[in-house]
Structures are given as structure tokens and as C-alpha cells.
Design a protein around this ligand. Structure first.
Ligand code: ADP
Length: 468
């Protein structure tokens, strides 16, 4: 059994399917034919019973009506012969069980010894391979008391059951062969796309992600869907690898600048600056400044990775948005006493959204920080809240340098800065909006920027409202 299991487990799926389908069909066929055989058998036995009872009644009536004596019964051989059917024996026994009259068609006397009966009885019995129906009934005719015995060999039943058996065997073998062939054909059809997928995967492993995709048919069946999902997954993987690569390239490029500046100043110090207080002073202050930048970039990179790795947050408790916006704004305003912060947050009253207060604060700080950094000569920043259907919007507007239209689509890319030098001057890393984008995505929200150069910029944060 274990060997059989072992062999079966090593078979390819197409053979497994063929074996299972043949086995199943074989069992179904045997069950169906078994039931059919049993039903036909029962039906034929009951038909035999009806016919044997009819003969018995007619013989009974004949003798009883005529009030026959034993001798007259013996003389009625002709009538009994007429009454007899093929493969049947009729015997009339006296009270002692001795046959007075025996008429038989191909049933030898010694198959069943004569037996008297006190009441009418009918039963089936076997003689070797022959199934027979035996009916015994008492006979009272005039002065005679005895038994009528009818023994019927159910030849027809045997013939039919032999035929059924033959059909069952031939049909069974045919069904097994056909279902095995069907199983092989079906499994081939099913396995083909899977095989193609396996081949593609092998090629992808050898050549890389960008070369190969699974051929998908136009059908809308499960296997085509599997192929589509697989291709989608590979596309996503490729994109993600590409992004990772780009990210590492961008990050190293960004890190290289402050490192080179520090390196330059340290070698300057090494060569001339040790004894020149002016160079020493300047180099140290530039190095500290660049180290601060490095720290900023590393921190922002860490923030971005954290924001990207988080999955969509559905189970965060809802918070009062107005309260957090107001709190953050008040604290931020204290750090920038030269700026004027105006706010219109009345529509946000009692509005709740799903987000942690820390993340909402982080988002607001990124946007407010940019607004201050790029405010130019304008000193005013406006924060307003609005509602629309199931969403709440926080708009942060400044009246500063603005952003050229051609730069707008790239603002959320990592390390993207409209004016590199200016951003560097302001201590920007080009990662703030990329972090913000990832964060709002986690809360099913959105962030948009609209801007006109030299007029100003409005950044809008949008979140679905939490309704109780
Ligand atoms: P950074 O750290 O450089 O500010 P961000 O990702 O936060 O990086 O912003 C990307 C770029 O978008 C900035 O470098 C700046 O050029 C531009 N930007 C963002 N906010 C504003 C704004 N309020 N006004 C003008 N330009 C902005």
C-alpha cells in the first residue's frame, strides 16, 4: 500500500488525473450496473411468481370444480401437460408425498424431492447454478387430499443476467479506457498553461525579470487569470526592483555631496588649516553644517522607509482632526515668530478621521515647513479646512515663489527639488513630499499640490471622514 502511495505521489498530475477519473468512473459504473442488475432480477422473480401463481390457481380450480378422485387426477395428465410452461415441472402428490402425476419440461425429478404442504408457500431455491421458483399448495378435490407442486427453472432470468454481466464487463472496460483517455486529454489541456508558466518562470530565473512574460489567452478562465496575476506580479516586482535601484543610486548621489564637501575641508585642514585659525574656523563650521545635512538625509530616508513599509491602516482609532491641526499649528507658529499664520478651521469641528495624531502632525509639519521655506518675501500662511461629501480637506497656502507647472508632476518623487541650490540652502532633502505621499496612502487619503510661479502654492491633504 505504501509503495502504491509512493508511486502515485511521484506520478505527474496528468497521470494522477487520468487514474482518478478512471477509478471514479469505474466505481460509478459498477454501482450503476449493480443497482440495475438487482432491480431487473427482482422484477423477473416477481414476474415468475405471478405466472406460477396463475398456473397454480388454474390447476386448483380445475381439480376442485370436477371433484376428482386420485385415479381421475392421474388420468388428467393431458390437462396438466397443457398447463405446463417450458423449463417447469408440475407434480401432484398424495397425502404421503408420493407423486401421482409428474409432468416436466427439462427439469429432472431428482433436482428437488417431493414435499407435501399444509398451506400455500412460494420460495426461490438453487440447484447448482440454476435458480428455481417453487410453489406448493394443498389440493382438496372430492375425496382426494394432496399437494400441487410447481417447480419453475428461471432460465430467462439467467439469460438476462448473463447478458447484463457481459455488457457490464465490456462496458466497464470500455468506460475505463475511455475515461483514462479523456482524463489524459483533459489534464493535458489543463496542464498546458501551467507548463508554460513553469517554462516562463525558469526563463525568468535565467534571464531576469524584464525579458519574459507568460502567454495569456483571451479566455476568462481560472488559468488565464492565474497567468494575468502572475504577469502583474512580475511587473510589480520589476518596478519595485527598478525603484530600489533608483533609490540606492539617488541616495548615494545625495549622500556623496556632503561627504565630498567634508572630505575637501578636512584635507584642506590637514594641509594648511592646522595653523591658520581662519581656515580652521571656516572648515569646521562647514563640516558641522554638512554633517547636519547628512543627519537630515539619513533621518528622512529612515522616515520614508518606515512610511513605505507600513500597510494600509484600517484599525487606527479615529481622532478629532481640528484639535490636532490647531495644536500643531500653534506649536509651529511659536518656532516662526516672523510669520503670520491665519486659519479657518470651523468646518472641521467634530470631524473625525482614522489616523494617528503623530502621523497627522508629521504630515502637517512637512507641508508647513515647505510653506515657510519657500514663502519668499511673503510672510503669510493660510490654513483652511473644508468638507465635501465623505471627505475632509486641509489646504495649506503660501504666497511665495511657487512651482513651475512642468515640475508639478514630479514633486512626490524622491529627492526631487525644483531648485536644487535653493533647496539645499534651505536645508531641504527632497524627501519631504515623498514621505507625505506614502503616509497619506496608508490612511486611504491623498495629497495634491496646485501652484502658480511667483504667486504661491496650495498643498491639500485629503482624508475620508469617519462616521459613527
Ligand atoms: P524639500 O526637502 O527639498 O523641501 P520636498 O519633497 O518637501 O523636499 O519638496 C520637493 C520640492 O518641491 C522642493 O524642493 C521645492 O522645490 C518644491 N516645493 C515644495 N513645497 C513648496 C512650496 N510650498 N512652494 C514652492 N516650492 C515647493
Amino acid at each position: 500500500m505504501t509503495t502504491l502511495k509512493f508511486i502515485f505521489s511521484r506520478l505527474p498530475i496528468r497521470w494522477k488525473l487520468a487514474v482518478w477519473s478512471s477509478l471514479l468512473l469505474c466505481i460509478l459504473f459498477i454501482l450503476y450496473n449493480g443497482v440495475q442488475y438487482f432491480t431487473i432480477n427482482q422484477w423477473m422473480v416477481s414476474e415468475g411468481e405471478v405466472s406460477i401463481r396463475k398456473s397454480m390457481n388454474e390447476i386448483q380450480n380445475f381439480f376442485q370444480e370436477k371433484h376428482m378422485s386420485a385415479q381421475e387426477i392421474v388420468n388428467s395428465r393431458r390437462f396438466v401437460e397443457d398447463m405446463n410452461d417450458p423449463h417447469q415441472m408440475i407434480r401432484i402428490l398424495n397425502q404421503q408425498g408420493t407423486p401421482l402425476l409428474s409432468v416436466s419440461d427439462e427439469i429432472p425429478e431428482d433436482w428437488f424431492p417431493p414435499q407435501t404442504a399444509q398451506s400455500t408457500r412460494i420460495m426461490t431455491a438453487w440447484h447448482l447454478e440454476d435458480q428455481v421458483l417453487i410453489m406448493r399448495s394443498p389440493l382438496n378435490s372430492g375425496g382426494f387430499t394432496g399437494t400441487i407442486e410447481i417447480i419453475n427453472n428461471m432460465e430467462n432470468l439467467e439469460k438476462v443476467s448473463d447478458k447484463i454481466k457481459g455488457v457490464m464487463i465490456v462496458g466497464g472496460i470500455g468506460a475505463i479506457v475511455l475515461s483514462a483517455l479523456g482524463g489524459i486529454f483533459l489534464s493535458r489541456q489543463l496542464i498546458r498553461p501551467i507548463q508554460s508558466m513553469t517554462d516562463t518562470m525558469t526563463r525568468i530565473r535565467k534571464k531576469g525579470l524584464h525579458e519574459e512574460r507568460v502567454q495569456v489567452s483571451d479566455n476568462n478562465d481560472e488559468l488565464s487569470n492565474l497567468g494575468r496575476v502572475f504577469n502583474g506580479l512580475i511587473d510589480q516586482l520589476e518596478r519595485s526592483f527598478q525603484q530600489q535601484k533608483q533609490f540606492v543610486e539617488d541616495a548615494s548621489h545625495e549622500l556623496r555631496t556632503p561627504i565630498s564637501i567634508i572630505e575637501g575641508h578636512i584635507s584642506l585642514l590637514n594641509r594648511w588649516g592646522k595653523h591658520d585659525p581662519a581656515i580652521l574656523d571656516e572648515s569646521l563650521s562647514v563640516s558641522v553644517q554638512e554633517l547636519e545635512r547628512l543627519k537630515g538625509i539619513v533621518n528622512d530616508l529612515l522616515e520614508l522607509t518606515r512610511a513605505e513599509s507600513g500597510t494600509s491602516e484600517q484599525n487606527v482609532p479615529a481622532i478629532d482632526i481640528r484639535h490636532t491641526v490647531q495644536y500643531t499649528l500653534t506649536n509651529f507658529a511659536m518656532l516662526h515668530p516672523d510669520m503670520i499664520f491665519r486659519k479657518e478651521l470651523t468646518p472641521l469641528e467634530k470631524v473625525q478621521i482614522h489616523i494617528t495624531p503623530q502621523h497627522l502632525e508629521q504630515l502637517l509639519l512637512i507641508v508647513l515647513d515647505n510653506a515657510v521655506k519657500y514663502a519668499g518675501s511673503s510672510k503669510e500662511i493660510l490654513v483652511t479646512g473644508t468638507l465635501e461629501r465623505d471627505e475632509v480637506y486641509i489646504h495649506i497656502t503660501d504666497y511665495g515663489i511657487g512651482i513651475p507647472a512642468e515640475d508639478l508632476p514630479y514633486l512626490f518623487d524622491r529627492f526631487y527639488r525644483v531648485d536644487k541650490a535653493r533647496s539645499r540652502e534651505q536645508g531641504g532633502t527632497g524627501l519631504g513630499l515623498a514621505i507625505a505621499k506614502q503616509l497619506v496612502k496608508r490612511y486611504n487619503g491623498d495629497i495634491r499640490v496646485s501652484s502658480i510661479e511667483h504667486i504661491g502654492t496650495t498643498v491639500t491633504l485629503c482624508f475620508p471622514i469617519y462616521r459613527v
